[in-house]
Design a protein around this ligand. Structure first.
Ligand code: AMP
Length: 187
C-alpha cells in the first residue's frame, strides 16, 4: 500500500506513522529524518540541505524528489511504503505521481492530519528538536500553509484524500486513521 502522510509540523505524524507502519508492515520513508541524518553526517546532500533546515524552509524539490525516488526503488518498498513529510509542494506531488506512473504504480491514500494552530504550537514547543525554535516553528507553519496545503485539493480531486482530526488520544487518532486506511487495503 502506498500512503502519503500530510500534516503541519506537530500534528503527530511521526508517532502515528510509527504505529501505522507496524500495523501495515510497510517501510517508513520520512524525508525529514533522512535529511536530518544527512546533515548530521555532513554528506553532500546534508551540506546542501542544512541551510534550509536551519531556517525551517523547504529543501529544493529536485533534492527531495531524488531522495524519495531512490528510496522507493529499493526492494523493501515494492509492496508499499508510508511517505511521511513528502510531498510538501504541489511540484513534489506531481513528480511523485509521474515517478509512480512510470513504474505502473499509484498512490492509494493521502492521509491528512488536521489540527488547529493553538494545539499545534503547544505540541511543538513541548518537543525538543534542534529545528524547533519559535522562529523556525512559525516559519514552518507558514510554509505549510502556503506550499503544502494546496496539495490537499489535488488529492481530494483524485478522491484519495482522507482528513483525520488529529486532536484526541493517540489511540483515538490511530483508530480514525485505520478507519480510513483499512477499507482501501488490498489484501
Ligand atoms: P520534518 O521532520 O518532516 O518536519 O522535516 C524537517 C525539515 O526537513 C523541514 O523543515 C524541511 O526543511 C525539510 N524537509 C523535510 N521534508 C521535506 C520535503 N518534502 N520538501 C522539502 N523540505 C523538506
Amino acid at each position: 500500500m502506498l500512503i502519503v502522510f500530510i500534516g503541519p509540523p506537530g500534528a503527530g505524524k511521526g508517532t502515528q506513522a510509527a504505529r501505522l507502519i507496524e500495523r501495515l508492515g510497510i517501510p517508513h520513508l520520512s524525508t525529514g529524518e533522512i535529511l536530518r541524518a544527512a546533515v548530521a553526517v555532513q554528506s553532500e546532500t546534508g551540506k546542501l540541505a542544512a541551510p534550509y533546515l536551519e531556517v525551517g524552509g523547504l529543501v529544493p524539490d529536485p533534492l527531495v524528489v531524488g531522495i524519495v525516488g531512490e528510496r522507493l526503488s529499493q526492494r523493501d518498498c515494492a509492496a508499499g511504503c508510508l511517505l511521511d513529510g513528502f510531498p510538501r509542494t504541489l511540484g513534489q506531488a506531481v513528480a511523485l505521481d509521474e515517478f509512480l506512473k512510470q513504474r505502473g504504480r499509484q498512490l492509494d491514500v493521502a492521509l491528512e492530519l488536521r489540527i488547529g494552530r493553538e494545539d499545534l504550537l503547544r505540541r511543538l514547543l513541548a518537543r525538543k528538536r534542534p529545528d524547533d525554535t519559535v522562529e523556525t516553528i512559525s516559519r514552518r507553519l507558514e510554509v505549510y500553509r502556503l506550499e503544502t496545503e494546496p496539495i490537499l485539493a489535488y488529492y481530494d480531486q483524485r478522491k484519495i484524500l482522507c482528513t483525520i482530526d488529529a486532536v484526541g488520544t493517540l489511540d483515538e487518532v490511530f483508530d480514525r486513521i485505520l478507519a480510513c486506511v483499512e477499507p482501501r487495503r488490498i489484501v
